[in-house]
Write a protein that binds this ligand. Structure first.
Ligand SMILES: Cc1cc2nc3c(=O)[nH]c(=O)nc-3n(C[C@H](O)[C@H](O)[C@H](O)COP(=O)(O)OP(=O)(O)OC[C@H]3O[C@@H](n4cnc5c(N)ncnc54)[C@H](O)[C@@H]3O)c2cc1C
Length: 439
């Protein structure tokens, strides 16, 4: 728990998911002997705020048997510091499972196990994080009016709704992706986004779910479809897929190079054509694609149904949701199919929209401060290589982003692949930019 008094922190981290957890580790391990929170007044002082009541990483998608899409070696620290005490290997060692993990011969742990790892690491920063604390705005701290702004004020709302202020020289915004619903479809107690899936599902009586539908063609859509099919043996499960079928995620070695930290330089310092080529050729490493094993598991179930002469797993390919109407407890979905082109309707007891996410958008948080943030011709933030928004000279404080920098830093911006190196670069930048005489 962070104390808020007259202290000015070197850095305030907004959100405490994997990105800022990795930053907390990078600060603690910085060779300059930074101490998170700078307990003795030495080193970099850092305070983190997380709106959830406890650490949690996409808890509502911790479905049984789902696996990570990055190697366990791309953990919070190893690529920056292979000897880190915060590595996944160190976690396995302290859990007494290192030999068994190696015997299992799998680069990709389950998401459940990775969550345990993240919780284990987060628990070691209990003094530096305030949970149940949402940062509602960041603004300029009033100065003497003679020079550039040196300090920022964060308004932090706690679980009771009380708002307190914290002063910081820099902020690192890592608030994560924003759930995206199909246009014209609103969430309610029977229309869910995948980001709330398990929570919503557990509130239902499974016996009531006799017909369910999942929209989307990506990893979460395929995982939820498989989960519902296995969990609800009495139910019809409709997979509404905008493509002709699920496409595979390319995780072959050459394609995987786009996630290397060197690729960030190639992207950042490249031309518009360079950046466009990254997306054109390699979007299928992560976006709207599904892991091979999940595709095969679903096809196997579908084929087994044909053998048995049943059909409760139904794929509606090349189909989009054009609207949703509530009829009592029933949800009526309007569908538009590109096969035949005829509109149709489908009644279900629950609809899950696994329709992805929009990028992190800090504009709301920054409010008035946004006028100091420079933008490119397309209206996107101009970014420095160290993940700092390019600001006017009147603002000396650093506003760093972890996420929302796909246009400048490329495909890894919201992923785990480069998290250790990225947060190390941010930590380094914060240390280097400290005013002389502080610490
Ligand atoms: C189901 C799922 C599985 C994924 N699996 C992988 C994978 O295997 N490999 C991979 O590379 N990527 C994966 N991703 C991508 C994902 O973006 C990263 O795994 C990771 O979550 C990024 O970490 P983050 O800390 O930037 O964001 P998040 O994990 O989203 O954390 C952001 C945190 O900020 C908090 N927050 C938001 N606003 C505020 C505020 N105003 N004040 C205080 N706190 C706030 C949120 O509560 C949240 O805890 C997955 C995504 C999903 C949805």
């Amino acid at each position: 728990m962070v104390t808020r008094g007259s202290e000015t922190y070197d850095v305030a981290g907004i959100g405490f998911g994997p990105s800022n957890l990795s930053l907390a580790i990078a600060l603690r391990e910085h060779p300059d002997r930074t101490t998170a929170r700078g307990a003795s007044g030495e080193g970099v002082s850092a305070a983190f705020f997380e709106r959830q009541p406890a650490f949690g990483w996409h808890r509502n998608m911790l479905l049984p048997s789902t696996t990570m899409q990055v190697s366990f070696l791309k953990d919070l620290a190893t690529f920056r510091n292979p000897t880190s005490d915060f590595s996944f290997v160190s976690f396995l060692h302290s859990s007494g499972r290192l030999p068994q993990f190696v015997n299992n011969q799998d680069f990709f742990p389950t998401r459940h196990e990775f969550h345990q790892y993240l919780e284990w690491a987060a628990a070691r920063f209990a003094d530096d994080v305030s949970y149940g604390s949402e940062v509602v705005s960041v603004r300029e701290a009033p100065g003497d009016g003679t020079g550039p702004t040196e300090h920022l004020l964060l308004d932090v709302r706690d679980a009771l709704g009380d708002v307190t202020q914290l002063r910081a020289r820099n902020v690192v915004i890592s608030t994560g992706l924003v759930p995206h619903m199909p246009s014209g479809v609103a969430r309610d107690e029977r229309v869910w986004h995948s980001s709330e899936f398990l929570d919503r599902y557990r509130r239902m009586d499974p016996g009531e779910l006799r017909s369910v539908a999942v929209v989307g063609a990506g990893q979460s859509a395929a995982e939820i479809t498989r989960f519902l099919y296995d969990e609800l043996p009495h139910a019809d499960v409709h997979a509404i897929v905008p493509s002709y079928g699920y496409s595979i995620a390319d995780d072959t070695p050459f394609a995987n190079q786009v996630f290397d930290s060197e690729a960030v330089d190639d992207y950042y310092f490249g031309t518009d054509q360079t950046r466009e080529a990254f997306w054109r050729y390699h979007q299928n490493t992560n976006y709207s694609v599904v892991d091979d094993d999940v595709i095969r598991a679903l096809y196997r179930r579908s084929y087994d149904e044909q053998v048995r002469g049943t059909s409760r797993l139904r794929f509606l390919n090349l189909t989009r949701v054009s609207g949703v109407k509530r009829e009592g407890a029933e949800t009526r979905i309007s569908l538009h199919s590109h096969v035949g082109g005829r509109p149709s309707e489908l009644d279900v007891d629950a609809l899950v929209c696994a329709t992805g996410y929009d990028g992190m958008e800090p504009t709301g948080l920054l409010g008035e401060l946004d006028r100091h943030c420079l933008r490119d011709d397309a209206g996107r933030y101009r970014m420095e290589r160290d993940y700092r928004i390019t600001t006017t000279p009147e603002l000396r404080c650093g506003i760093y982003l972890q996420g929302g920098t796909e246009h400048t830093h490329g495909l890894t911006s919201s992923l785990l692949s480069n998290i250790a190196v990225r947060s190390g670069e941010i930590a380094e930048s914060i240390v280097l930019r400290r005013p002389v005489g502080v610490g």
